[in-house]
Design a protein around this ligand. Structure first.
Ligand SMILES: NC(=O)c1ccc[n+]([C@@H]2O[C@H](COP(=O)([O-])OP(=O)(O)OC[C@H]3O[C@@H](n4cnc5c(N)ncnc54)[C@H](OP(=O)(O)O)[C@@H]3O)[C@@H](O)[C@H]2O)c1
Length: 253
């Protein structure tokens, strides 16, 4: 997959990892980058990096009209980076009700799926291109501290596999990224170690260039994914120690 001269679209571009995707795309000489956020005001700093190549777009991935408008407007996209995500750090049983779990699945699963569906024809008309889905190691093994978030990412991993199969015929590369803990606002309450968001963006673009479908950026992701292969029950038991409501920030996992 060629990243230089590509036309990329990044959802949640104003967020921790999202803004690093934009930096990396600039570094790899993407021709145009649509940067998306729910609020356009949050994008002025990013656009200032290179107003000739960076185009701001208002996008809420949970709003079907907003997704459709983005797809209609951005017909030249060749690389879709589904980065937008949310975590409310709630347990599955400990949460007062299902509102948080529904909000997470709306963004992390339905939002991502609706972007894949809206942009599949755009990518096809542009020769295939690529989709990058920001998933999580927590989709491979549940962290009870953020149990409903983990479940939403598990759904997104399964969805990514299905989308990959369905889009193979149109030559669309579908890449799933499964980092461990990344040093952004989303993981403020999670324990160390944390991989730098710049490292996640860099590893992801390299995977695109190398046609690698499953990306595990950082040491933690590599160690846990290896354990999931060799002893999945040990990985589950290890994560089971991190229960809802614990004070995890500043501790080491
Ligand atoms: N941080 C980690 O440890 C970690 C680990 C593995 C995977 N990830 C995944 O990496 C991705 C980026 O996360 P991050 O760590 O950079 O978190 P972040 O700093 O909280 O950024 C999340 C971004 O998603 C946007 N977003 C949330 N809901 C949205 C919606 N309905 N429509 C459009 N945009 C929406 C946010 O926009 P607003 O500013 O408007 O809220 C923000 O720009 C997420 O998918 C996350 O699940 C993170």
């Amino acid at each position: 997959m060629q990243v230089n001269n590509s036309v990329a679209l990044v959802t949640g571009a104003n967020g921790g990892i999202g803004s690093h995707f934009v930096d990396e795309l600039l570094r790899h000489e993407a021709a145009k980058i649509y940067v998306c956020a729910r609020s356009l005001e949050k994008l002025s700093g990013l656009v200032a990096l290179d107003p000739s190549r960076i185009v701001p777009i208002a996008l809420d991935v949970t709003n079907p009209q907003s997704v459709e408008t983005a797809a209609t407007h951005c017909q030249d996209v060749t690389v879709l980076i589904n980065n937008a995500g949310t975590s409310l750090n709630q347990g599955l049983i400990a949460a007062d009700n299902l509102d948080g779990a529904r909000a997470e699945i709306e963004v992390n699963y339905f939002g991502m799926l609706s972007m894949c569906r809206a942009f599949a024809p755009v990518l096809k008309q542009n020769g295939g291109g690529a989709i990058v889905n920001m998933l999580s190691l927590l989709g491979r093994v549940n962290l009870p501290f953020s149990g409903s978030y983990s479940a939403s990412k598990a759904a997104a991993i399964s969805m990514t596999q299905g989308v990959r199969a369905e889009l193979a015929a149109q030559n669309t590369l579908v890449v799933g990224v499964m980092p461990g803990t990344v040093d952004t606002d989303l993981a403020n309450e999670w324990p160390n170690p944390k991989v730098a968001p710049a490292e996640v963006a860099k590893a992801t673009l390299q995977a695109l260039i190398d046609n690698v479908e499953d990306v595990y950026p950082g040491e933690q992701a590599k160690t846990v994914s290896a354990l999931l292969l060799s002893d999945p029950k040990a990985a589950e038991k290890y994560m089971a120690k991190f229960l809802p409501g614990m004070m995890l920030a500043g501790t080491d996992a």
